[in-house]
Structure formats: C-alpha cells, structure tokens
Design a protein around this ligand. Structure first.
Ligand SMILES: *Cc1c(COP(=O)(O)O)cnc(C)c1O
Length: 440
C-alpha cells in the first residue's frame, strides 16, 4: 500500500499552477500505466515482451489495445513493445501535455509520424491541400507514394489564405502545412486558417470533416502550440529541437483523443515504433532542456539575423523575429513561448547577392564550402535544433527532390542558405560569419 500513499500525495499536487518550464522538468511522474514516483530520473525499460499472469490477462490486454472504451478506468496491461511500453508512454504523456493536445503517439522518426497522421485521415480518392513549401521528404512522400495510392495533393501558397476556399472539394480531407516552413521560413496564420476550416466544416457531415495537420518541428512547442490556435493535429520530428542533442531519431503525432486508437493501430501494423532507449533519452535530456536551449538559440538567431540583414553582401534574410520580414506581424501573433513572450525560433534562411540567380547560387555554394572548411562554429550538415550550429544549402541538399525549375514555385531561392542556430557563444558565430563573408 505504500505505493498507494505515494500516489495520493502526487495526485494532490495541482500541476496546472506551475509553469510549463517547471513542468517539463518534473513531468508526469505518476501515470495510470507506470509508477516511477520513487525514481528521480525515469527508469529505462527495455523489454520487447511482457509477462502475463494468466491467459485471461493476456486476452484482456488485447481487448484493451487501441480500444478507448475498453481501456478506460481499467488497469493498464503491457503486451509487446510495438503495441505500447512504459518509456514511450511516459514520453507521450509529456509531449501531449507540452503541446496542449489530448493524446500523443510516438514513432520511430518524424517521417513515420507524418505518414501515420495522414495515413489515418485519408484513403484512396481523397485530397490533401498542402502549403507549397515543405520538408523535402514530405514532398517526396506525396509525389512518389501518394500518387500510387490515388491520394491527390494540391500545393498552394498558404501564407495567402484567400485562395484556399476555391481549392477545397468534397474530397478534401486534410490541410497540411509547416509554419515556419522549411526552409524559407514562410509563416501561415493558424488562427485565420482554423477559423476558415471551422466555417467549412459546419456544412460537411461528421465523416467528411476537414482536418488540419501542422508540422511544428521548426518552432517546437516552446515557440508555438498550434492546437491552442484550433489546429487538429501536430506532428514533430523529435530528432530535431525536442531531442535537442542529435543523438536519437523520433517522431510524434499529437491531437484529439478519439483518433488515438486508429493511430496506435497504424503504428502496430506499419510498425515504425520509437526505440525505448530513444524515448528515454528524449524524455530525460531533450524535453527538460527545451526551454533553456530555445531561449539561448532565439537570442542568438535574433542577433545573427540583425547582423546579416544589414550586411552589403546579403540579398535578404527570412527570420520571423526580424521587423523587416514580411511575415513578422503574423509570427508575432502566434509564435509565443510558455510565458507569453515572442519566440521566433532558431532558424534563418538567407541568400547572398549575385547579379544573376545563377551567380547568387554559386556565391551561396562557395560561401558554404568556405564555412565547411574554415569555420569552427558552423558545421555543414542537415538537421537542426542541435547543440552545434548547422548550415546547409536546401536547393542542392534537403530539397534536391524539387527540380530546379520548380524551386521558385516551392518558395525556395536557389541561392538560399539555411542556418540552424546551436548553443555556441553567439559572438563566435558572428565572428566566423564575418570572416566567411569577407573571404569570397
Ligand atoms: C527532419 C524533419 C522531418 C522528418 O523527421 P525525421 O525524424 O528525419 O524523419 C519532418 N519535418 C521537418 C520540418 C523536419 O525538419
């Protein structure tokens, strides 16, 4: 019964009166599924299968799996890792809380989370409207695979929502986007979008509702919580800002409880489960340090954006925190940290000048090759939200799936450089940038 007493004590604490910064450190240390209230750091559980006391318990476990009605108010039964296990459950509870969602289901990677969210919301014959600028592999998912499944994707510049209503048909099931978008940092007004969708949904029946899905990887829940703006589902690559250290891959879908069972079934059958040790690492290192890391990175990104925008060799800088940036007002409205401060994120997109687009592209490449060989504080590598500042050239690297003639249509400047700020002393990054800009 000592366990019970401890549970009672923990249950007495009203978590809601503490700030999110504190909450992500303490987490939900007692859940219906796993009591680890005597641990200061959550235990690593690594067991692919679970002992069942009786056939009846085994049968009960299978009945409860992905069955919201059957599992409510019942003792939780673990069966097999791919169906659910303690480390993932702990992480999922905390991710749902931090994103203000009703539930979260983790995945092996960001791409498997995106595939799952869209996989449960669509079927052959349906249509998805997407923002024109997206993560490269998401574009590849739509172009290479959804075409084979007869799921149509229509890409549109959603930074201007006035043309959206015209594109919606009876078959539209999902509006899918990133804000800030990868890599050009386009910002979509989430409140305006969700108001528009709500209006449309009033005239559609329950089975034919349009759902919004937002990839919130760039912002992280520290800078923006789309569900608070009325968005239905948030997906993340946990590999980036939430993981934070570049050690583990992961993904998550966060959203409405009534979809949890279907998403769990999808994960069970398609099989992209998050490794238990990765779930533990993200829970132990990534999530509790999210605010600390983001604050530092935002501060540095703001200084670097201000430096670059006034540099004579720079054509433009897209950073949501820059007053000159065309989406500044929308960003200011919706990119808000746990404490209500403007939180424009840790990524910038900028381009070097050139007399022609080809020259601008060439300059961008030479600039990055210089950095790859000479800069201590910037690493030529894809990914983001790392301890180290990472720099890359989307047109030749992450977005090489986009043919050169389609880059502009996809909102990507051929000479554009993506900079993902890390945890270095900002003065050192500025020093390296200054040397690199002088040297070519
Ligand atoms: C990295 C990334 C993904 C894919 O995540 P993986 O964990 O690499 O599968 C999706 N969207 C965005 C915006 C990303 O940066």
């Amino acid at each position: 019964m000592s366990e019970k007493i401890n549970n009672d004590k923990n249950n007495k604490i009203d978590e809601s009166k503490y700030s999110m910064d504190t909450h992500i450190i303490y987490g939900k240390n007692v859940s219906d599924k796993w009591d680890y209230s005597h641990h200061v750091t959550a235990p690593i559980s690594s067991s692919t299968t679970f002992r069942l006391d009786s056939v009846e318990r085994g049968a009960q476990g299978f009945i409860q799996f992905a069955n919201l009605e059957a599992s409510e108010d019942k003792e939780h039964i673990f069966i097999y890792d791919r169906l659910g296990e303690p480390n993932k459950d702990m992480l999922e509870e905390n991710l749902a809380y931090v994103e203000k969602g009703e539930m979260a289901v983790s995945f092996a990677s960001g791409m498997s989370a995106i595939s799952a969210a869209l996989g449960v919301l669509t079927k052959s014959g349906d249509e998805i409207i997407t923002h024109n600028t997206l993560y490269g592999c998401t574009i590849s998912l739509f172009n290479n695979w959804y075409t084979r499944y007869n799921i149509k994707t229509i890409s549109l510049d959603l930074t201007d929502l006035s043309r959206l209503a015209d594109k919606i048909t009876e078959n539209t099931k999902v509006i899918y986007l990133e804000t800030p978008a990868n890599p050009n940092m386009g910002i979509i007004d989430l409140k305006e979008l969700t108001n528009l969708i709500s209006e449309l949904n009033k005239t559609r029946n329950e089975e034919n509702q349009i759902y919004s899905v937002v990839d919130n990887t760039f912002a992280t829940p520290f800078c923006q919580r789309p569900i608070e703006q009325g968005v239905d589902f948030v997906v993340h690559s946990l590999t980036k800002g939430i993981g934070g250290f570049g050690t583990d891959m992961g993904g998550v879908v966060i959203g409405k409880k009534k979809f949890r069972d279907r998403i769990l079934l999808f994960r069970k059958d398609f099989g992209a489960v998050l490794n238990t040790k990765s779930a533990w690492a993200i829970l132990t290192y990534g999530l509790p340090t999210l605010g600390l890391r983001q604050r530092h990175q935002i501060q540095s990104a703001t200084r670097i954006a201000e430096y670059l925008v006034s540099h004579p060799k720079i054509e433009f800088v897209n950073y949501p925190g820059l007053k000159e940036y065309k989406h500044y007002e929308v960003a200011k409205k919706q990119m808000i940290d746990f404490n209500g401060n403007f939180a424009p994120g840790s990524l910038l997109f900028f381009a070097l000048k050139g007399s022609t687009p080809a020259e601008a592209k060439e300059n961008g490449k030479r600039f990055m090759d210089y950095i790859a060989n000479n800069s201590y504080t910037m690493t030529l590598a894809v990914s983001l939200g790392h301890t180290r500042t990472l720099i890359e050239h989307p047109a030749s690297m992450t977005h090489s799936v986009v043919p050169p003639e389609k880059l502009i249509e996809r909102g990507i400047d051929a000479g554009g450089v993506r900079l993902a700020i890390g945890l270095e002393n900002c003065d050192d990054i500025l020093m390296d940038l200054e040397i690199a800009l002088k040297s070519f």
